[in-house]
Design a protein around this ligand. Structure first.
Ligand code: C2E
Ligand code: MG
Ligand code: MG
Length: 692
């Protein structure tokens, strides 16, 4: 066994010899004749030198000077230092202890006494050292067991593991806490430490990926965070997040400290959240945002492919909702979504629900796509349990420029749909430049409208309302015409919407009310048998706080009894702003005006609404209920509206009567008043006088 070294420092050789002789059995003895030589030896050999015996009085560097230098460096603190003194004086003893010496030997030497003293000293010191070390170890084990106890209880897997450079080597768990064993299906193998990757039910590629990307390319200080899936016994996945930090690396493997956490709940929640953000809740296809995004991506990534954007819109969807209930409406939307899903190639197309009953698709153009889509939409409800006569309208936009926004493309497709709304013969339309020309025309109208009003280009025509049995004129509707200097007589469909957009409609309507009252005054003064005249107010007028005052003051101005003026309000006004509409109707009725609900059934009508809105008369729009259509559902709709109206004590006027057979049909259903070309077109006042 290798012996410890003893360094004897004394300038007198005899003294060194005596001491060397004493210790040679227990130590390798080194000698030095002064402090400087000794320091040189110590600085090279301090790890092996256990004992230093040093004389005080020496040339070059004395004992205290040497001790002083040594005391300043911790490297030398393990060496036991003993001082040789010529006299047993207190001063030397104090100094020796101050410089870190453990004992002081007085000359002349008593060899055996010295040997025993030093032996005892060394043994004591060693025992002391051992005790100290044991105490430390005990503390350490105490802390470690506390730590392990803690680690086993935390709700996460904690492991020390080794990952082989070659994926085949898999993963070796050196230490794992209870949680990891219990929750993550890691197994201890025969050696009580091993877990082979293929023994666990981790989804194969997942862990490989982590292993691949984790070890050798990364800086050791980096904490790698990743997730993998564990296959549960029922076939579902649990998600585990692992964050690992490399603490050691050899050529073939790396040791990681890793924490595993079950994040299944978070992932499920996160996925749900993402799904909810991106998918339409009702139909489970893309919502508007995702449809726009995915479509844009598809278009940008395939610049040489021709695409078509199609928008779908259910005709009279609101009416279906009202007649058959929201649930039935939802079913219809789901049926459409299902039909799209089934028939669209998911790789070459994107589809989604934009809002309400509006859907959109974008697909790679193929031969016969129009026929296919028309066929599909017509047959979408072929197997539907009840006959609802759902009509889905299609607006097509063939993409020419892939970089315009999808939003704009859908606008164009919708513009195409708008052009065939209410037209029963057409279920599809293509976006064409002329629709854009319409926009230009719209601008022209906006530019001219104020001047037209000032120059009295607007005229009021009158269309009679007749008793269906006797044919007697019982009222009339005032309808505006624009006598345009270049374009001739324009009907309202050319300009009302545009006026509504700009708010100019309020000016025009006020002009019409005033014209009607002036006319009524004329007829009253000339002794005509007078009938009530209805004027239309726009949904925009509803927002006008002065509406009632204006109407009242016009009536006053021409001294017209309020019951001679009816006001027609379209039911779209109700859908947009029910509260205000109800308030306004109440006010108008207070001054004695009779309220007619116009175009009932034209898209957004609601039978429920009738119980809320205090109207007096219902104008049933026949245009949407083509009576030549033999479908029962159509007949049922009219029937139930008339029935409901009678229940609510509302008079029903049928609009758009063109043929005598329609009259029979209506009379059968209990409707006795009508308006339409069959009786008369809207005519100028002098012609209307003749009808009176
Ligand atoms: P509306 O109030 O529903 O008026 C009935 C419309 O149906 C009138 O069209 C009328 O000419 C038309 N019509 C009447 N009988 C028949 C028929 O047998 N067959 C067909 N196919 N159509 C018939 P017009 O005059 O073009 O007015 C269209 C719409 O413009 C009106 O619908 C009304 O909403 C609006 N409007 C007209 N004048 C005014 C007005 O002074 N102010 C406001 N705000 N809107 C007006
Ligand atoms: Mg009207
Ligand atoms: Mg109408």
């Amino acid at each position: 066994m290798k012996k410890n070294k003893i360094l004897i420092v004394d300038d007198i050789e005899v003294n060194r010899m005596i001491l060397a002789e004493l210790f040679k059995d227990d130590y390798d003895v080194i000698e030095a004749e002064n402090g400087l030589v000794a320091f040189d030896i110590i600085s090279k050999d301090y790890e092996d030198i256990a004992l230093l015996i040093v004389d005080i009085v020496m040339p070059v560097m004395n004992g205290f000077e040497l001790l002083d230098i040594l005391s300043k460096n911790v490297l030398y603190s393990n060496i036991v230092k003993i001082v040789i003194s010529g006299a047993d004086d207190e001063e030397n003893k104090r100094k020796a202890i101050k410089y870190g010496a453990s004992d002081l030997i007085v000359k002349p030497f008593e060899p055996y006494e010295i040997r025993n003293r030093i032996k005892n000293l060394m043994t004591n010191l060693e025992t002391e050292k051992l005790r100290e070390e044991n105490n430390k170890l005990r503390e350490y084990f105490k802390i470690r067991s506390k730590f392990e106890n803690f680690i086993d209880k935390i709700p996460a897997g904690v492991a020390l593991c080794e990952i082989g450079k070659d994926i085949k080597d898999g993963l070796r768990v050196i230490y794992a806490n209870d949680y990891l064993y219990n929750e993550f299906g890691f197994f201890k193998d025969n050696n009580d430490t091993y877990v082979k990757q293929n023994n666990t039910s981790i989804v194969k590629g997942d862990l490989d990926n982590i292993i691949k990307c984790s070890i050798f390319d990364k800086e050791s200080s980096e904490t790698v965070v990743d997730k993998f899936r564990i296959i549960n016994q029922d076939g579902t996945y649990s998600w585990t997040m692992v964050s690992g930090k490399k603490i050691e690396q050899t050529d073939n493997s790396a040791i990681y400290f890793a924490v595993f956490m079950d994040i299944t709940k978070n992932i499920v929640y996160e996925n749900e959240l993402i799904h909810r953000l991106e998918y339409d809740e009702l139909t489970d296809i893309y919502n508007k945002e995702l449809f726009y995004k995915k479509t844009q991506e598809m278009l940008i990534n395939n610049l040489n492919i021709n695409y078509v954007v199609v928008c779908l819109d259910v005709e009279k969807f609101k009416l279906i909702n009202d007649l058959y209930g929201l649930e039935e409406g939802d079913k219809i939307l789901k049926t459409i979504a299902k039909c799209i899903k089934l028939n669209m190639n998911s790789e070459k197309s994107v589809f989604g629900r934009l809002y309400a009953d509006h859907f959109a698709l974008c697909f790679e153009k193929f031969d016969g796509y129009l026929d296919k889509l028309v066929y599909l939409t017509k047959n979408c409800f072929a197997n539907y349990p009840i006959d609802l006569n759902v009509i889905v309208k299609l607006g097509f936009y063939e993409v020419e420029n892939h970089t315009i926004t999808v939003n704009k493309m859908c606008d164009r497709a919708n513009l195409a749909i708008d052009s065939i709304k209410g037209n029963y013969k057409k279920i599809y339309a293509f976006y064409q430049e002329n629709l854009r020309n319409e926009l230009i025309e719209e601008q022209e109208i906006v530019n001219e409208m104020y001047k037209a009003l000032k120059n009295e280009q607007f005229n009021v025509y009158y269309q009679p309302k007749c008793n269906l049995i006797t044919g007697e004129v019982i009222g009339a509707e005032a309808l505006v015409r624009w006598n345009h200097p270049k374009k001739g007589i324009l009907t309202p469909n050319k300009f009302i919407k545009i006026f509504e957009k700009s708010g100019f409609i309020t000016n025009m309507d006020e002009f019409v009310w005033e014209s009607v009252c002036r006319q009524l005054r004329k007829w009253l003064d000339s002794g005509y048998k007078i009938v009530p005249i209805s004027v239309n107010i726009s949904r925009i007028d509803i927002y006008n706080k002065n509406l009632c005052n204006t109407v009242a003051s016009v009536l006053r101005k021409y001294s017209i009894p309020a019951d001679l003026l009816h006001i027609e309000i379209t039911e779209t006004a109700y859908t947009e702003n029910p509260k205000q509409l109800i308030e306004i109707i109440r006010k108008l009725k207070k001054i004695g005006i009779i309220i007619e609900m116009d175009d009932f059934g034209d898209g957004y009508s609601s039978l429920n609404m009738l119980s809320e809105v205090p109207v007096d008369i219902l104008k049933l729009d026949l245009k949407f209920l083509n009576p030549t259509n033999k479908k029962d559902s159509n007949k049922n709709i009219i029937k139930s509206i008339i029935y409901m109206a009678n229940e609510l004590n509302l008079e029903v006027i049928a609009e758009g009567i063109e043929h005598s057979d329609q009259i029979k049909y209506l009379l059968n259903l209990g409707c006795n008043i009508g308006q339409g070309y069959f009786f008369s077109k809207p005519v100028e006042p002098y012609e209307f006088e003749k009808l009176l």
